[in-house]
Design a protein around this ligand. Structure first.
Ligand SMILES: *Cc1c(COP(=O)(O)O)cnc(C)c1O
Length: 400
């Protein structure tokens, strides 16, 4: 007899490093907006594997492209060219307005590349090796040592001290606090356009425009991390388009591969000219043909199915409905977000978001929290009003 879900989970707990407190389900397959666990229980997905599965599960065109690539060639190393990756690079630079791209295997690696690019650019200009980077409090950029060093969360950093040097922290949406840290050693400012893990905080227009101006005036590079908020989630291809600013370096990951592990850092030609040269950076897997094919296909589907337009319209409905919830329930004290990246803020004295997430899961709805007091709504970008209504029904029941 085959094992049941509980037995598999017990086995997993004996061999997997206990780095996560996982929910007690094992997911087995997906279809559109829904996931199924090993026992066959159905879940409506408002997490999308943390903003990864933009196209929903089982998109035929995407799956067929990957299957075709598996049979052709999975990997070559970066000693050689590969057509799927060239196609992916052409499409990704076009939609982002950037000029050059380096593919990585994850978001954290994209951040590492962005940090190295900024340091090399400054080094090329003045030959000194003591440059500083300004990052934001309550930011999240990943778990490798460089990415962790620019992540403004003491809890994540402390056991792993020392961090990489010369990182200064300012307050997001407080331009004065950033200006106070700028000096002639500052080579870059790194921030998320919409802070994700920190609790869904979109940048204020005045703040991000002020940062862009500050960077222009002082030859500082602006690194925008759109690993979570990019790729259509905001209702535009990239969240920075809402503000009329452009980064010098852009990081993407998560939805760019829609399930195949891939990330990228991109830059303007001006940055490329004075930064990474052959020998400065590399990766074995990064941008292999499978990853390239995934990115290229995802971008084709985004264009043909007008995903960003769909997000812009359906997210108005979600926003309206979340605002109604805030009015209807005492335990909810606010709502923030952009597009299909939304958060409800809880009064944790009245209700624990973690407990609400658990109740929803038991009732067939997958949601995640962000920080101690926010529940995040990050559905696949193909979500419709019908599934938003279905989500609300389960969510209201959990709150009642
Ligand atoms: C998830 C995330 C990362 C890290 O990406 P990984 O693929 O987990 O390494 C970095 N920045 C932001 C904004 C993220 O949301």
């Amino acid at each position: 007899m085959s094992k049941n879900m509980k037995e598999y989970i017990e086995e997993g707990e004996e061999v997997l490093l206990h780095a996560y407190n996982r929910y007690q389900i094992a997911l087995d397959k997906g279809e559109g907006m829904y996931l199924y666990d090993l026992d066959g229980k159905k879940y409506l997905d408002f997490c999308a594997g943390i903003a990864v599965f933009a196209l929903g599960y089982g998109n035929k065109r995407y799956n067929d492209a990957l299957k075709d690539q598996v049979d052709k060639l999975l990997h070559t190393s970066n000693y050689y060219y590969s057509v799927p990756t060239i196609e992916a690079a052409k499409k990704l630079t076009k939609v982002s307005g950037m000029d050059r791209v380096f593919f990585t295997n994850s978001g954290a690696e994209a951040i590492e590349g962005a940090i190295k690019t900024a340091r090399k650019y400054a080094y090329t200009h003045d030959g000194s090796t003591d440059h500083e980077i300004i990052a934001m409090n309550h930011s999240f950029h990943g778990r490798t040592m460089g990415a962790l060093s620019v992540t403004g969360n003491e809890k994540y950093q402390k056991p792993f001290m020392p961090m990489i040097g010369n990182i200064r922290f300012a307050d997001f949406n407080d331009l004065k606090s950033v200006k106070a840290l700028v000096n002639d050693k500052t080579c870059a400012i790194i921030m998320e356009t919409v802070q994700g893990e920190g609790g869904i905080h979109p940048a204020d227009p005045e703040f991000i425009k002020g940062i862009r101006q500050l960077c222009d005036e002082n030859d500082i590079l602006l690194i925008l991390d759109e690993i979570q908020c990019g790729m259509g989630r905001s209702g535009k291809m990239f969240a920075f388009e809402h503000y009329g600013v452009k980064p010098d370096i852009l990081t993407v990951a998560k939805a760019v591969g829609c399930g195949v592990p891939v990330g990228a850092f991109l830059m303007t030609q001006k940055v490329a000219n004075d930064s990474i040269k052959p020998g400065d950076h590399g990766t074995t897997y990064g941008g292999n043909p499978l990853a390239g094919r995934a990115v290229s296909t995802v971008l084709d589907i985004f264009e043909e199915e007008k995903i960003t337009e769909h997000v812009a319209s359906v997210s108005r409905y979600l926003t309206e409905k979340l605002e109604e919830l805030v009015m209807d329930y005492d335990c909810l004290i606010g709502h923030r977000g952009l597009g299909l990246m939304q958060g409800l803020v809880f009064d944790t004295q009245k209700r624990s978001p973690a407990e609400v997430v658990k109740t929803c899961l038991a009732n067939g709805l997958i949601l995640i929290s962000a920080g101690p007091d926010v529940i995040r709504f990050l559905p696949p970008l193909i979500v419709t009003e019908k599934e938003i209504d279905e989500m609300l029904q389960i969510f209201r029941k959990a709150l009642a």
